[in-house]
Design a protein around this ligand. Structure first.
Ligand code: FES
Length: 287
């Protein structure tokens, strides 16, 4: 699945979630501002109502007074009101709704606008985070990167006398000598061995000292770091400088003649002093 596909799925889902959140928040605000009473008020109302009913049952005069009160409080055109407490709370079951409840007043409009804007902002942020944290789907660095045709890669390396650089993988590809395979099996991770057996090694461009990009030195035929002078041979094994080990590697897959670098797996470089190819500098150093 590509990152664009993920975005196409994630954006509508997040927008729907944002819409649901906005609706739920609006309904909740409306209820709290126009409708129900708090728990304490309802409790007090119930207890007072019980006392009031008892009192009214005992006294005809009180019933008459309640009727008068009902008459005076009932809005025009409304249904039958209920007097729930003597002199207390009165609910009108069929009373016309407050115009503010039916329409959208300015405060509700601003509340909904704020909720909507916040939802959109969080939705956009979430989409960006998903895209950022899902690099293996993009086919770029962090996933599997197609480097090209094996014969073409080897041909270019031989012709230019320099590694084949794959910018999307942030890696160099160099040939791995068949004669060194015996030593490689002792020293290298099983993850990268299939690539070595196919005659290729993928080397991470990042210096293991402090992270500078390590360029190729054409004269010495080594990798030489311009930052503090660490040096690595053709297959990235440490030769000098402050680096604590050889350059890190990536596994390589060769399917048919297609070479793919798995940049989702970084394999630590060999320890200082471990060399398998015996390649020495072939000319003057660059740093
Ligand atoms: S970063 Fe390469 S030698 Fe320091």
């Amino acid at each position: 699945m590509k990152a664009s596909t993920v975005l196409l799925i994630a954006i509508p889902v997040l927008l729907v979630l944002a819409g649901l959140l906005a609706v739920a928040t609006t309904i909740s605000r409306q209820r709290s501002s126009t409708g129900s009473l708090g728990r304490e008020a309802r409790k007090a109302d119930r207890s007072e109502a019980g006392a009031a009913v008892a009192t009214i049952d005992e006294s005809e005069a009180a019933r008459a007074r309640a009727g008068e009160a009902r008459q005076s409080l009932e809005p025009a055109g409304a249904g039958k009101p209920v007097l729930s407490a003597a002199g207390g709370l009165i609910r009108f079951g069929e009373a016309p709704a407050d115009p503010e409840t039916l329409g959208v007043n300015r405060r509700q409009f601003f509340n909904r606008s704020i909720v909507g804007a916040q939802s959109l902002a969080w939705g956009g942020f979430s989409v960006a985070m998903i895209a950022f944290l899902w690099p293996s789907l993009s086919g770029g660095f962090g996933g599997k990167v197609r480097a090209g045709n094996r014969q073409d890669i080897l041909g270019e390396i031989a012709e230019k006398k320099q590694p084949f650089y794959v910018p999307e993988a942030r890696a160099y590809i160099n040939p791995y000598p068949e004669a060194a395979l015996g030593r490689a099996k002792e020293a290298y991770s099983e993850t990268v061995l299939p690539g070595l057996e196919a005659g290729l090694i993928a080397i991470f461009q990042k210096c293991v000292h402090l992270g500078c990009r390590v360029p190729w030195c054409q004269t010495s035929q080594w990798f030489e770091c311009p930052c503090h002078g660490s040096k690595y041979n053709r297959v990235g094994e440490k030769k000098g400088g402050p680096a604590p080990r050889g350059l890190d590697q990536f596994p390589i897959e060769v399917s048919g003649d297609t070479v793919t670098i798995d940049t989702g797996t970084v394999v630590q470089g060999l320890a200082i002093g471990v060399e398998t190819t015996g390649q020495e500098a072939e000319g003057p150093s660059c740093v």
